[in-house]
Design a protein around this ligand. Sequence first.
Ligand code: PBG
Length: 328
Amino acid sequence: MSELTFDRHRRLRQSSSIRRMIRETTLSHDDFIYPIFVKESGSEVTEVASMPGVFQWPLHEVLSEVKEVVELGIPSIILFGLPAEKDAEGSQAFHDHGIVQEATRVIKEAYPELTVIADTCLCQFTDHGHCGVIKDGEIDNDPSLSILAQTAVSQAKAGADIIAPSNMMDGFVNAIRHGLDEAGFTHVPIMAYSVKYASAFYGPFRDAAHGAPSFGDRKTYQMDPANREEAIREAQSDLEEGADFLIVKPALSYLDIIREVKDYSGVPLVAYNVSGEYAMVKAAALNGWINEREVVLEKLLSMKRAGADLILTYHAKDAVKWMNESNR
Ligand code: PBG
């Protein structure tokens, strides 16, 4: 009898078909949420300098982008709005004819089956660029809540299928859930950016959405990247307040948090693969330093392996195209 002195892991790696048989994680077009930036002023489609392949779309052009997403079989998009005018309380965020509301109507009319998610925040709409209203130089939590609830209701009225509040005010899920319920939108789910870190990886997004704060930073409302236990406390309160999905953001540097929040929460978890994560890969790929296709598919797979059910990513269209090619 031969003596077994080590395990032969390579037995299960010896052919492509065996590797496929034991593969634990896979990517599907159903996993993706594709972000789209819609702008109110200007009639041209503009590429975001720090995010090659990502564009700001005027209303009359946006359907060409949406059509491509639908044809690839991606089930949902999230809308970010660039208003023509900003003010102290971000009133274009909750205006019934604001850019997000108008884009939602146009898109839902053309593609009723597509799930349209509305990002609910004030930073793109306020002249100071913060996610809440300001009082004495501070971001004032409670008065911001009613404005956010009003924004969510106007988005739901326009036809948004899911409300995704990203502002990180305390009590935002509670305020928005009550607002939606009172307005008759009990069926509209909340996808809460519950675990959102004050991250340097949002840099390119602030170019794309013109939402950089004009003073200070977001550290009094977004989380400290050093904290793990706090992520559970944030997830816990949002679940108690009625969140239907939880978002962890960013994704790549926070895979440990994705796993932890998923194990804790038991609700669908979304990983937000943010702008800076996209830009790094694009920059390296454009220099020929990495294989873009392999790197993108590997990082998206890692997010699913970490526990994400869904991935919000600027790579979604490319990823689906590459996945379709390799399935052929
Ligand atoms: C707005 C918002 C931000 C992002 C999504 N919603 C920016 C921020 O909080 O500063 C970042 C997304 C990305 O970087 O891709 N609150």
